[in-house]
Design a protein around this ligand. Structure first.
Ligand SMILES: [Zn+2]
Ligand SMILES: [Zn+2]
Length: 164
């Protein structure tokens, strides 16, 4: 795992790493760039990209694809899973026992030597759940959106009924 590159920690690289570790939000490359630019206004996007690749190769950050179309960078290189909110995009680290038994089983089933696996979860985060529950409650009380649709449909059908 130890790489000779690890010792050549340039100031830019250190700042990039610090920002990723601090963010905890699993930022995408352009988000990392925005964070780093606050501290190093002259840094270029290309430099950030290049250093992200190097940090990933060195195993100091983890590059994760959580199915939202961006590579994201994780300063937490411990083995963990992720759960992503499909509503606001928030990503939360999740510590669960790695499913090693499953890898063994799949190896036996397929004859593959299983080297690793990816397992991501998605759902609604606590904040979005609360928002949804509030919306549902007000919809139940006010019958807001439902009423609008019904009225429109009613008007459509009832037009020839002589609404002058
Ligand atoms: Zn959310
Ligand atoms: Zn993570």
């Amino acid at each position: 795992m130890a790489s000779p590159k690890k010792s050549r920690m340039t100031p830019q690289r250190r700042v990039i790493l610090e920002e990723i570790e601090k963010a905890k939000s699993h930022p995408a490359a352009d988000e990392v760039y925005e964070l780093v630019r606050r501290r190093m206004p002259k840094i270029s996007l290309g430099t950030v990209y290049r250093n992200l690749e190097i940090l990933t190769e060195c195993g100091l950050v983890r590059k994760v694809d959580l199915g939202d179309g961006h590579w994201r960078f994780d300063g937490n290189v411990e083995n963990h899973y992720h759960v992503r909110c499909t509503c606001c995009g928030r990503i939360t680290d999740l510590y669960a026992d790695p499913v090693c038994d499953l890898e063994d089983w799949i190896g036996k089933q397929t004859g593959y030597e299983i080297l690793g696996h990816r397992l991501d979860f998605f759902g609604l985060c606590p904040v979005c759940r609360r928002v949804r529950e509030t919306e549902e409650r007000s919809a139940r009380i006010g019958r807001g959106p439902t009423r609008v649709t019904t009225t429109e449909e009613y008007d459509e059908g009832g037009r020839e009924g002589g609404k002058s």
